[in-house]
Design a protein around this ligand. Structure first.
Ligand code: FAD
Length: 436
């Protein structure tokens, strides 16, 4: 039987011999032991890179989901690895807990988000992987390894961001915090002003980020602040349920595909709908939500994306250069840039390893080619010592990556020890790790 697996953007496709859906850790271990290589574990396929692509076996943990238990004093929770971040929110909330930070969407499996160093924004806040306190890993030979700061600490340091290359996480212990509410404010601000005030805005707000359409003189600032105000419930759209704004944006994308000269005016128009930002201004006075409902946006207009993490203090210069390049390179695009802060951590392959960072994301509508656009901005990121998001498009391989990650060799040693036969490596990961 032929199976087809596709990622969210539709640009990565795989035709594995089998797709396995174990319902327990024991079943998972038996499957990994017997399965035809390369064995790749999928979350919900939201990575843009071919991390999951295989002609062998794809394993999904969608039946290994739910919270196992929690510690109300330490604010930790043991979570089955296939739980989606969306399902996890209410489960933690019912236990009086919330994740310290989240990214733009919550469709990912927890282990998928952890596996690539998925992050949100916040000067002092780390990525989702940085909040991992421990995990259970099913290794290529079907063995089980417990890893945390005390037990197998090298597997813990290597495994928190490891793209399913050390084994398959069956369970993750997350360091959470007491449940909390967030109030969203924001609006349009002149780009020059945002760029001159980024550090002040970062330090004054738990979560600060901005979006910038490179042809616009205004950026859209988004701020989430912790509040004691009473949160309102949020109606979540079903996957692919388009909002009015989504429809307008798709129309703009399709229009500029055929009429590129309209992208400047359209980018200005799309920015102008936001209202001016002034400190404490509300985008919508109803926007006080519990954290798990406040973080995620619905991203229903499909795109491909490149994102690099650069040293935090170089972020403003880097985004200025990226935007200038995009305006003059002649490639057609419409989507905005996104600028976020992420705190340093100590996972060996984390893009934020020992470095407070700014992440800059470049998006391209999924029906337009991205290669030339991304190649141009990638050269700029390289000059800023950028480290790529593992789930987003980039062209780096072992030779370049080993220079960006001080613990690269230590990571490879742990990986080779746990998977000496390279059963978990697909051709893409072999290139990434320099294994041939
Ligand atoms: C619309 C959209 C918005 C996004 N927003 C953000 C954002 O705000 N911030 C950000 O940082 N990223 C963002 N991303 C990227 C996304 O969070 C990452 O690519 C994430 O890894 C996807 O999770 P997933 O569950 O889809 O995993 P997949 O893409 O399916 O897999 C990701 C990696 O995790 C591994 N993996 C999955 N399950 C396990 C397991 N049980 N054990 C070990 N390894 C495992 C896989 O093998 C693979 O290497 C976004 C992506 C999209 C499409």
């Amino acid at each position: 039987m032929n199976y087809v697996w596709s990622n969210w953007s539709g640009w990565v496709k795989a035709w594995p011999k089998s797709i396995a859906e174990p319902a327990s850790e024991e079943e998972l271990a038996a499957i990994v032991q017997e399965a035809e290589a390369p064995v790749r574990v999928a979350g919900t396929g939201h990575s843009f890179t071919p991390l999951v692509e295989t002609a062998g076996t794809i394993v999904t943990l969608r039946h290994i989901a739910g919270v196992i238990d929690h510690d109300p004093t330490a604010f930790t929770a043991r979570i089955k690895a296939g739980t989606t971040v969306r399902d996890l929110g209410p489960m933690l909330f019912d236990r009086g807990l919330g994740l310290a930070n989240q990214g733009d969407i919550d469709r990912q499996a927890l282990a998928g988000a952890v596996g690539t160093g998925t992050h949100g924004t916040g000067g002092g806040l780390g990525s989702i992987s940085a909040a991992v306190a421990g995990f259970r890993l099913v290794t290529a030979d079907g063995g089980i390894v417990n890893a945390n700061r005390d037990e197998n600490p090298d597997v813990f340091d290597a495994g928190r961001v490891s793209m399913g290359s050390l084994g398959i996480m069956s369970e993750i212990t997350m360091q959470c915090r007491p449940a909390y509410a967030l109030e969203e404010t924001g609006g349009a601000m002149p780009v020059a002003e945002v760029l001159s005030r980024v550090e002040e805005l970062r330090d004054a707000n738990r979560h600060f980020e901005f979006f910038w359409f490179p042809y616009a003189d205004l950026a859209i600032v988004k701020i989430l602040a912790e509040t004691d105000k009473q949160p309102k419930p949020r109606r979540r759209r079903a996957e692919d349920e388009l909002s009015r704004d989504d429809r307008i944006f798709i129309t703009a994308c399709e229009t500029t595909r055929y009429a590129p000269f309209l992208r400047g005016p359209l980018q200005k128009y799309l920015t102008s709908g936001s209202g001016r930002y002034s400190s404490g201004s509300l985008t919508d006075p109803g926007r006080v939500r519990w954290s798990h409902e406040a973080f995620p946006s619905d991203r229903n207009v499909r795109f491909n994306e490149m994102e690099y993490a650069v040293p935090a203090d170089r972020g403003p210069d880097c985004i200025r250069e990226v935007a200038a390049h995009m305006r003059k390179c002649g490639v057609n695009f419409l989507f905005p840039l996104e600028f976020r802060y992420v705190g340093a951590d100590d996972a060996w392959l984390s893009p934020f390893y020992k470095r407070d960072s700014v992440t800059i994301s470049v998006h391209q509508y999924h029906r337009q080619p991205y290669e030339e656009l991304f190649a141009g901005v990638e050269a700029i990121f390289a000059r800023y010592e950028g480290r790529p998001h593992w789930g987003k498009l980039h062209t780096l391989e072992a030779r370049e990556l080993s220079k960006l990650y001080p613990r690269w060799d230590d990571f490879q040693a742990v990986r080779r020890r746990l998977d000496p036969k390279k059963k978990l490596l697909n051709p893409y990961l072999k290139r990434l790790f320099g294994e041939f």
